[in-house]
Design a protein. Sequence first.
Length: 211
Amino acid sequence: MGKVDYEAGVPCQRRDDFVWNTDYCISPTTCFRPVRRKKYATRDMAIYLPFATVVGGLFMCPNFRATGINCTNENAVPIKPLIADFSGYKWTEYPSYTSVEQQVPYLYTPDMLDVRFRRPFSSEDWSEFLDVNEDYDWSEDDRTAINKAVTDSLNLLHGYLDASDEVIVQATSWTHWSNMFGQLEGATRKLVSKTLRSMADRISIDEKRVR
């Protein structure tokens, strides 16, 4: 949303996941730390609905190795919320004849005009809903609500992927496949998007952190 001022890539192996709640340092004194919201902090599978899910936030923290200062809710500087990007915009690069790199968009920070900037938060200060160490308090009701929402979401995605597989099997040519998949995608994209967004929004837990 708007002009890109800064972008950074995090190298991951094929089966590795993005590491949250860790420092990514750009200088001897400055690091950035991505932090998840409470209702996403227990997820092992980092799949989020693109353009609609505010996953967490980005904070600037002191570099502990250089300064000996731990990053806390008091000294961390909130930058902006982090929104899930669309991984379908991925591309492949060939830095050498023997290596291949796949670049996958994962997260972005919104422009101030983005309507999603503060939608999930009931306060102007979005950072007060996040803990820079993801040290949240969990009740049994919290875990039950999150597990149910994640299970329902994954079941929906599996159904969508199964339907897509049937289209691929039935296709007799590239043109046929392209047309059939286009029809399937157009008919289900809005339904899947709306349902997943609704499931995420229905996770009713208290996200206000306790300092």
